[in-house]
Design a protein around this ligand. Structure first.
Ligand SMILES: Nc1nc2c(ncn2[C@@H]2O[C@H](COP(=O)(O)OP(=O)(O)OP(=O)(O)O)[C@@H](O)[C@H]2O)c(=O)[nH]1
Ligand SMILES: [Mg+2]
Length: 391
């Protein structure tokens, strides 16, 4: 795709308080990026926005990435960094701008301490050859360098860097073919700052007109997708693993205590709460892993805990069921028992009746025969009188 003549995009990246915002503001000419020195507030939050200025009849687009200087910042900001750089690359490609990545370092600020890891991370996110072909280094703190060196020597910054034996910074500069700029108010005022920026833009022009130079392409960004995901997940590995272990450290002892102290019916709702927690944990770790396999250990731990909770739920349900079955059986037995008792009662009643009958029958028979005899006697006494009267 044809690039627009002279238009330039710059993506500023680096560690905390390296001077990204100050550099961005100097290029744009307005305080569009929140510099910590101006606001005395927190570090620049993740910015997805691209700011524009017109300089020497060309549009210059600038974006600032979130801090990725320390392992903690990479863990916290790697996704924000990816979104930000993704938005920048796509915007630049749409606008057909030539663009470069600017690694911002503050002079004297323990420059090499974590720089190796920063570079490895950036190359994984943006593709190999990033440093060699598409990155420029801005060393801010030009005023500090001026104070420290210029009073005793007229040596330039590049000469000074070249003189640093086995220095990581020097190796870095060799890798990016000495596309290095010292930036800062060296006491000569705004005019000098503008001169530094113009020299910088001129050097971009020189590079882009070099027929040997390969400009950054969207294909390169897309090809780095796999290593980008791996690097982002890797940067969060320690955070996610310790977070997972801390959560499991709360869940598992609770699970162990529960199995011994409370009844199955009390235990079940608590186990179901734990199941929800471990389900969420497995889901979260799986999402964090993005199919890279980097978080295998944390995922494995979360899944084992999840299975243990599921097993405890099955055991608990079985206990409740068998308890339920035994109480059903008990009530069935008691029903049978009471029915049998009723039958026995009836039988005993009948039996008693028979006994009673048998006990009183002779007396009854005797009294009925006595009664019959009396009747007979009365009727025999009365009979002759009647027959006499009839006669
Ligand atoms: N002396 C000196 N200090 C600088 C220079 N550039 C940046 N700083 C200091 O670095 C601090 C941070 O500057 P910013 O531009 O906000 O740095 P940043 O990289 O955007 O920082 P965050 O986005 O907040 O991480 C400021 O307090 C400045 O005092 C410079 O050229 N000279
Ligand atoms: Mg900033």
């Amino acid at each position: 795709m044809m690039q627009r003549q002279d238009d330039v995009g710059l993506y500023l990246m680096g560690g905390p308080a390296a001077g990204k915002s100050m550099l961005g503001n100097a290029i744009i000419g307005h305080p569009v990026f929140q510099s910590t020195s101006l606001t005395q507030q927190q570090a620049t939050a993740a910015i997805d926005q691209v700011c524009y200025t017109v300089r020497s009849n060309r549009t210059i687009a600038v974006a600032e990435g979130p801090d990725i200087g320390t392992p903690q910042q990479r863990a916290a900001n790697s996704w924000a960094f990816m979104r930000s750089v993704n938005s920048f690359v796509n915007t630049m490609v749409q606008q057909r701008k030539y663009f470069e990545f600017i690694l911002v370092l503050l002079y004297g600020d323990r420059i090499s301490e974590d720089l190796g890891n920063i570079i490895t991370f950036l190359e994984a996110v943006l593709g190999t050859g990033l440093l060699e072909n598409h990155t420029r280094i801005f060393v801010t703190g030009g005023d500090i360098f001026e104070r420290e060196h210029r009073s005793t020597s007229r040596e330039t910054f590049l000469h000074w860097c070249d003189r640093q034996p086995n220095s990581f910074l020097r190796n870095l500069m060799i890798r990016c073919s000495w596309r290095v700029h010292l930036f800062g108010d060296n006491g000569k005022g705004e005019e000098d700052v503008q001169l530094q920026l113009n020299q910088f833009i001129d050097s971009i022009d020189l590079l882009r007109r070099d027929s040997e130079h390969r400009t950054y392409q969207l294909e390169q960004y897309n090809e780095a997708e796999k290593s980008r995901m791996h690097a982002i997940v890797k940067s969060r590995e320690e955070l996610v693993t310790s977070d997972t272990e801390a959560k499991l450290g709360r869940i598992l002892p609770g699970l162990a205590r529960m199995n011994t102290r409370i009844t199955p019916i009390e235990r079940l709702p608590r186990l179901e709460d734990l199941k929800r927690e471990t389900d969420q944990l497995v889901q979260k770790v799986r999402e964090e892993d993005c199919g890279t396999g980097v978080l295998e250990r944390a995922l494995c731990q979360a899944e084992i805990a999840n299975r243990s909770v599921n097993d405890a739920i099955s055991v608990c349900k079985n206990q409740i069921q068998s308890h339920h079955r035994s109480s059903v059986a008990e009530s069935h037995i008691s029903q049978l028992y009471s029915r049998q008792m009723k039958i026995i009662g009836v039988v005993i009643g009948l039996f008693l009746l028979v006994i009673l009958q048998n006990a009183f029958l002779p007396e009854l028979r005797q009294s009925s025969s006595t009664l019959n005899q009396s009747i007979d006697r009365i009727s025999q006494r009365d009979m002759p009188k009647c027959s006499q009267a009839d006669g």
